[in-house]
Design a protein around this ligand. Sequence first.
Ligand SMILES: [Zn+2]
Length: 198
Amino acid sequence: MSTEILQKYLPETAFGYLKIWFSSHQIHLHISRARNSKLGDYQRLRDGSHKITINHNLQPELFFFVLTHELAHLIAFHNFKNKRISPHGLEWKQTFREMLHESLAVYSEELKPEIFRFSRNPKANFMASGPIVKFFYKDDLSDNEVFIEYLSKEEIFLYKKQNYKILEKLKKNYLCENLQNGKKYIFKPLAKVEQLKN
Ligand SMILES: [Zn+2]
């Protein structure tokens, strides 16, 4: 993918860092449709090249943040190639943290402290980081609204005026029980639900 196309998606200041991180790796970067299950992903292909997909509808700073997450997979696998590392294990956390620190200047002043805080113990799941999610989705989420991923197991939430309880997190989605009719429903991680104040 050419840099020209990417300019549409990324903050201008991101390119210097990307040049260093991309280095000589062969990366197929695909801009994907907006997926409800994830913002981006990383795959190592059989021929040793790398495939990264990022949703097309992310704000530039979030696009960069997600791209950094995915590139951290590539770089961690590369740097620790003699070791079996798990996708979101310590090596990935360390790599992601260093990359976030290195590129902190890309983020706006408001966001910098949150990125820094997040970097102390990077979570695999961006949605688990409340303040960053709020920053990017403040226009999408009304006051009590959160993404279901932000809630914990057993937590009760409101969706279309009905109460639900989170029973368990499946591989990606959430199995919930409607407390009115007792039926079970599957929610995607980016489902917007209303958090009940305790
Ligand atoms: Zn990941």
